[in-house]
Design a protein. Structure first.
Length: 195
């Protein structure tokens, strides 16, 4: 038996037994999808990032589980064994707020990542003080940099420091959280850039 705690609830489960049955192609393909997804989400583990960017809206489980589900359902491409993340389809935040409009990402001479978007405050539920969420994921090192609330929707720009990464490719996204962090916007892919 082995136990653990999740969301303040204790769980006990029996240990898995090794199966002597050979793995089916379908099961191998599913394991590969999970592996690819976990490589992407691992840099966010323990940060609470997805708990904020994937609000519960009445659902149970963690934000990390909701993010993993979204990636598994929307952003896994290819067939086993060539399963990959389809970066433009990844959501790093999810919710009903209006998303970023016309997002652009660039790199400054010192390697800082510059994000910009068109201020669409007042469009639906978009507010001037919605907090900006920016993410840069580096596939070569399977690492990520992110910032939450360093700027707001009305600013139209945000900066993400990316020191000592010359030559690396970064996949980037922009999302929003409401000022009280109870709502989020579906993130928008803002492109791949070379530092």
């Amino acid at each position: 038996m082995n136990g653990y705690m999740r969301n303040g609830v204790n769980f006990v489960r029996s240990r898995r037994r090794k199966s002597s049955a050979p793995m089916t192609p379908k099961r191998l393909a599913q394991q590969q999808k999970i592996k690819v997804c976990n490589e992407f989400t691992r840099p966010f583990c323990g940060t609470g990032f997805f708990n904020k960017t994937f609000p519960a809206y009445g659902h149970s489980g963690t934000g990390f589980n909701r993010a993993t589900s979204a990636i598994m359902n929307l952003a896994i491409a290819g067939a086993y064994p060539d399963t990959v993340i389809d970066y433009p389809e990844v959501l790093i935040s999810s919710g009903p707020l209006p998303p970023a409009k016309n997002p652009i990402t660039a790199v400054s001479a010192d390697g800082t990542i510059l994000f910009s978007w068109e201020d669409n405050s007042g469009n639906g539920t978009a507010k001037t003080d919605d907090k900006v969420v920016v993410v840069a994921y580096f596939p070569a090192t399977k690492s990520a940099l992110f910032s939450m609330g360093a700027s707001v929707r009305k600013d139209g720009h945000a900066v993400l420091e990316a020191p000592h990464r010359p030559g690396e490719i970064a996949q980037t996204w922009i999302g929003f959280l409401s000022a009280d962090e109870k709502d989020a916007a579906n993130s928008v892919y803002s492109g791949a850039i070379s530092l």
